[in-house]
Write a protein that binds this ligand. Sequence first.
Ligand code: 7TS
Length: 420
Amino acid sequence: MEIASATYIEEKLKAPVPVESCRFHFPLLRRQVNGKPLIYFDNAATSQKPQVVIDAIMRFYHEENSNIHRGVHYLSTKATEAYEEARVKAQKFINARSIEEVIYVRGTTEAINLVAATYGRKNVNEGDEVLISAMEHHSNIVPWQILCEEKKAILRVIPMNDDGELLLDEYDRLLNDRTKMVCLAHISNALGTINPVKRMIATARARGIPVLIDGAQALPHIKVDMQDLDCDFYAFSSHKMFGPTGVGVLYGKKELLSAMPPYQGGGDMIKSVTFEKTAYNDLPYKFEAGTPNIEGAIGLGAAIDYMKRMDLDAVAAYEHELLTYATTQLLEISGLRIIGTAKEKASVISFVLEGIHPHDIGTILDYEGIAIRTGHHCAQPVMQRFGVPATARASFAFYNTKEEVDVLVKAIHKVKEVLG
Ligand code: 7TS
C-alpha cells in the first residue's frame, strides 16, 4: 500500500471541508455490514476516522517512528517535533493560554482520574464535598467516589428534571463552604443534554470552587474555548473527535497544575533523579511519565487539522437539523419513548420501545447494517433516574444523513413486526 507523503497530506489539509462532502473522507463508511451498506450511528461511543488521520499515523510509522524527547538523532527529533506540534494544535483548538496547560493523557477517563488522584487527594479532606451531576458518565463518578471514600468526604449530586436538564436552583443551593470541587459533563452521552456549563462554572468560581468539565461528548459537536469557559480542568478523548484511540487531553489552569503533585512517576516527568530526591519536570511534562502514545498524538493533531477545515457552526447547524428530523420521525413510531428531551441537545437520541428489550432492537438493527448502542451507556444512575434498565441510542456525526435516518426508522418498524 502506498503511503501519502507529508506534502500531499499538507496540501490536502488546506482545502475547506463542506459538511455535504465530508462523508467521502471516511473510508470505513463505504463498507457493508451483513450485506447492507453500513449506517454508523454509534458516534458517541467512538467516531470514524478520516483518511488524513489514517495517513498521518501510517506516515509516522513508515517515515518517522522513534521515541521522543530523548534522542539527538534525526528520527527522534522529527518524532518529537510532530508530537509537540500536535500539542500546539490542541492548545489552539481549545484556546488554552499555553502548551503548559495541555497534558496528553490516555483519554477522558485518565484525565479525570489524574485530577482526582492529584488535585483531589491534595485538596479534599474529611467532611468536604465533591459535587457532580445526576447525568455523569461512570468515569466522572467513580474516581470521585474513590477519593471521597479514601478521604471520608461526601459526594453530592445535582438532580435533573424529567427532560434530563439539571436543576440549576438545586445546584446553587448545593454549593457551600465545604464544596471543594464541581465536576460536570459538558454534554451527556446518555441523554444528549448540553449543560449550561459556562453559567455553572461562573457560579462555582465566584465562590472560589474549582470546576472540572468532562468534554468527551462536546468536542465532536461544538466549539470549546477554555478562556471563555474559564473552567479549571477540561477533559476530552481523541477517539470521539475523529482521531485515534488511546490519547486525549487534560486541560488545566497553569496555577493549579503547577501546585499539583505528579500523577505517575517514571521517565520524562523528571528533571533530575538521585536516590535521595527527584526534581520534577516542568509543565506539561510533569504529568507525562513514560513513553506516550506518540502516533496517537500525531493522529489527534491530524484530526484537529481536519476539524479546523470544517465550518464548525455549519456542522452544529447540520447536526441539529439531523437531530430534529430524526426526533420527529422516531416519535411517529407508536410505543417509542425518547429518554432525554432537553431543550439544548446534541445529536444523541436514547430511546426505548414498549415491550422490547434494547438489546433485541440493537441485534435486529445490526442485521440491517445499522450500528447503534444499547445498554446503560456507562451511566447507570441515568437509567435509574428514568426507570429503565437500558436504552437504545442512536448518535449522529456530521457525516450521517437524513436518508440513513429513514433506513433506521424503517428498521425499527421491522423490529416491532418481529418482536412487538
Ligand atoms: N465522559 C463521557 C461523557 C463519555 O461519553 C465517555 C465515553 C467518557 C467520559 C469516557 O471516555 P473514554 O474515552 O475515556 O472512554 N462514552 C462512551 C459512550 O457513550 N459509549 O461508549 C463510550
